[in-house]
Design a protein. Structure first.
Length: 491
């Protein structure tokens, strides 16, 4: 199949979170199966570090969006390691900014342009996609573009669209004044009419209404977003489309994330050589400026510090735990000031126990996964979550809230039977989180002797699991096929 895969971030070129990881891995796995996959993303300044040799394939592409005219060019590169092509939309005026996402007044335009450019590129290349795969609100206009502005072109006659919802908390909800700049002012009747009357346009909703199939990134989240509690206002629309909404758990890119092959960590290890993990623990705590004691439990955090991630629960719980127990904590993450301030404050209050790095660092993220004993992920909601899967894989049993993809991957450890791979709390409140942390501490015990043997059993339960892409890619292929129109494909 010919697949056009469009995303606002794609690892290794640019990444702020799991979308980048998935948009990097899934197209490459599809390409390995013989599909003709073309990835399109913006040319952010940081891309150049991972793609030094880019070739201009379209030097000037004019996009008319009402009174706004944007001219872009398109550069072609490939993923390092595979030959799958990646097209970068160059438009310094829109993409040369300090961060991938902004609060700027033209945020809508930055990604409307990406969506338009990707279809215009198909026309220039004569590439007739069977599937246009859009991701999150940034590219959720694509299904409607195919049904309106590009419907005249026979190139797209057989093209069907799939929209993956990685996070319903971000919807691309804008003032309806942006209508002209979607380039679809003449198709205003296709936007949700009540919202338009109220002066709003919601790009994710537009995608939900028009995509031929919808996917989200775990089975539990697929159910959760159909209920008011987690639907962020879109649950009714998703219930209407439940017949074409599929929950597919993300995979883990084993090339990047496995303790046996990780290039960033002090020593590689496996379930059979857990001494290797101990070397990473020593490396992590020492380089974080803490003293290393093998029997002291080290918690790790790697995260965007956003409301979604539930760190509010740490405010009351962690100071109490740190004051009473000799545990240590290493945190890597940036985001909302109140969480950054909290972890900074914690490291000052407990300087021999807590280290906080306010940075985005790929190498350090790997070191925390490998070096911590247990991983904290108290997310309020979590569509899939990759970090808990990395943690399981690295023998770093996670403490998680039972929600979304966390519920689908982490099972509570039972000290009697030795079954289970982590610590799961049910209620999103301080008592719930305190219970989860306490379960980890009780299981850790003295960190020696029999307690250590029990902990290793828990570690191995998680390390045995594989969250490989293979099965998931097959599911995506099935969904792609299910939306194909009948009749022979064009060549
Ligand atoms: P989300 O996509 O909601 O942020 P995921 O768990 O799916 O959550 O994915 C997060 C990804 O971003 C992981 O690959 C994680 O290692 C990475 N990440 C998050 N914060 C940082 C950071 N400060 N430095 C390096 N990597 C980070
Ligand atoms: C989003 C979600 C996260 C998911 C990632 C990749 O950022 O917050 O749970 O793993 O997308 O699908």
């Amino acid at each position: 199949m010919r697949v056009l895969f469009v995303a606002s971030e794609v690892a290794p070129f640019a990444k702020t979170g799991g979308l980048g990881d998935v948009a990097g891995a899934l197209p490459q796995r599809l390409a390995e199966r013989g599909h003709d996959v073309r990835v399109v993303m913006p040319l952010y300044p940081r891309v150049r570090a991972h793609a030094p040799d880019l070739e201009t394939v379209v030097s000037e592409l004019a996009i008319e969006l009402g009174a706004t005219r944007v001219v872009v060019s398109i550069l072609e590169g490939t993923f390092p390691g595979t030959r799958a092509p990646v097209y970068f939309v160059r438009c310094p005026g829109l993409y040369d900014r300090p961060s991938i996402y902004t609060q700027d007044a033209d945020e809508h335009l930055r990604f409307v342009v990406l969506s338009w450019a990707s279809l215009l590129l198909c026309q220039r290349l004569g590439f007739s996609p069977d599937i246009v795969h859009a991701n999150d609100w940034q590219t959720a206009l694509l299904p409607l573009l195919l049904k309106t502005a590009f419907a005249w072109d026979r190139l797209f006659e057989r093209t069907r669209s799939v929209l993956t919802i990685h996070n319903i908390g971000h919807q691309g909800a804008f003032d309806a004044r942006i209508l002209a700049e979607t380039g679809l002012a003449g198709s205003a009747q296709h936007f949700h009419q009540d919202q338009l009357r109220e002066g709003r346009i919601n790009l994710l909703l537009t995608g939900i209404l028009y995509a031929n199939a919808l996917t989200t990134v775990s089975p539990t989240y697929a159910l959760e977003i159909q209920r008011p509690e987690h639907g962020a206002g879109l649950d009714a629309f998703l219930r209407e489309r439940a017949g074409v909404l599929f929950g597919i758990l993300n995979g883990v890119d084993e090339n990047a994330w496995s303790p046996e092959g990780d290039a960033h960590i002090a020593q590689r290890y496996s379930a059979d050589s857990l001494e290797g993990k101990e070397v990473n623990k020593r490396d992590l705590v020492r380089s974080a400026g803490l003293a290393y004691h093998s029997h002291v439990l080290v918690f790790g955090v790697v995260s965007r510090l956003a409301w979604q991630k539930g760190f509010d629960l740490c405010f009351g719980v962690l100071p109490r735990v740190l004051a009473r127990r000799p545990v240590q904590l290493v945190v890597l993450g940036t985001g909302e000031p109140k969480y950054e301030d909290f972890f900074r404050g914690l490291s000052r209050q407990f300087p021999s126990q807590v280290a906080y790095r306010a940075a985005f660092s790929e190498p350090l993220a790997h070191k925390v996964e490998a070096g911590a004993d247990s991983f904290l992920m108290p997310s309020r909601y979590e569509p899939c979550g990759l970090n808990q899967m990395y943690s399981l894989r690295y023998g770093t049993p996670p403490v998680v809230h039972r929600t979304g993809g966390l519920a689908d991957t982490v099972t509570p450890f039972d000290r009697r039977t030795g079954e289970g791979n982590g610590f799961v709390f049910e209620h999103f409140d301080e008592a719930g989180f305190a219970y989860g942390v306490d379960q980890a501490l009780r299981t850790w015990g003295t960190g020696r002797g029999e307690d250590r043997a029990r902990w290793q059993r828990l570690q191995r339960n998680g390390m045995r699991l594989r969250f490989g892409w293979d099965e998931r890619v097959t599911r995506y292929e099935q969904i792609y096929r299910s939306v194909q129109p009948p009749g022979p494909a064009q060549v």
